[in-house]
Design a binder for this molecule. Sequence first.
Ligand SMILES: NC(=O)c1ccc[n+]([C@@H]2O[C@H](COP(=O)([O-])OP(=O)(O)OC[C@H]3O[C@@H](n4cnc5c(N)ncnc54)[C@H](O)[C@@H]3O)[C@@H](O)[C@H]2O)c1
Length: 303
Amino acid sequence: MIDFKNRVAVVTGAGGGLGKQHALLLAELGAAVVVNDLGGAVDGTGAGSAAADEVVATITDSGGAAVAEYSSVATPEGGAAIIQKALDEFGQVDVVINNAGILRDKSFGKISPIEVELVLDVHLRGAFYVSMAAFGHMKQQAYGRIVVTSSASGLFGNFGQTNYGAAKAGLVGLIKVLALEGAKYNIKANAIAPIATTRMTEGLLSGIDGFRDLFAPEQVSPAVAYLASEDCDLTGEIWSVGGGTVSRIFIGLTQGYTKPPGEGPLTVADIENHLSEIRSPEGYIIPDNSSDEFSKIVPKLSS
Ligand SMILES: NC(=O)c1ccc[n+]([C@@H]2O[C@H](COP(=O)([O-])OP(=O)(O)OC[C@H]3O[C@@H](n4cnc5c(N)ncnc54)[C@H](O)[C@@H]3O)[C@@H](O)[C@H]2O)c1
């Protein structure tokens, strides 16, 4: 049985939606939880303490341990304050769930620098600032679980979300490297790409009959709890989670085309003539790291 007894979890953006359910489940499983939320609107404007306070009250009313924290993840000071809260209240930090997020959707022709900045700040830089503040403590205790919240928008594409998609894809880069750097300290870093009916997807999913319940955020939290648990040996993974389905998303490398050694340098004509081999998914591999990719190329050159 997975449990979080004697574990301290920080969940960012836990005042509502997915983060709230993650916090409730982790608390139910025994974690002491820092419920961080800035308390603003979907577009990131405004702030307030009510959302985080309510989640904390729900947890403590049912006998759990939780404390509210209202900083924005989007600054280094905010990230540090969130982790400091865990240390001050509970003495340690074992789990960081980077979940806080906002939307500023615009098609690329209309997007302004501020809309790029705000979205990158909360999703991408925010995950950096909070995780960076926790990483040293995790290293010291030789234990840590970090989960980031990516999105299909960044991994598969979604019209009108270049800022959001880029931030969400950036988080995959973060956990891929963190997985390698954390390995020797038993720090695992994984990503989810959730699908859930929250205020953020209001009008998208909830308009479809029956989807509101099926895609309730509660259907995402068990996967987050698993990835955040001591039982989880996986690292550097990306999971699509929603509606009762959990799948792995991976970055694969096709066998591709290799110009036979001795036939001279690659030409533009070679590319045009071998497009199907370059693109065919048959025989693809999933590299564990960048040298895995390189080790695939080298044998071909000497054959
Ligand atoms: N709902 C989906 O289908 C879906 C799909 C893909 C990704 N996501 C991601 O899941 C995460 C949770 O989104 P949600 O759907 O629950 O939406 P939500 O709006 O209900 O939750 C986001 C929470 O983050 C908080 N927040 C925003 N900016 C913050 C900041 N700077 N510091 C601290 N807290 C802040 C908000 O107050 C809010 O409570 C987001 O990262 C979102 O991008 C959601």
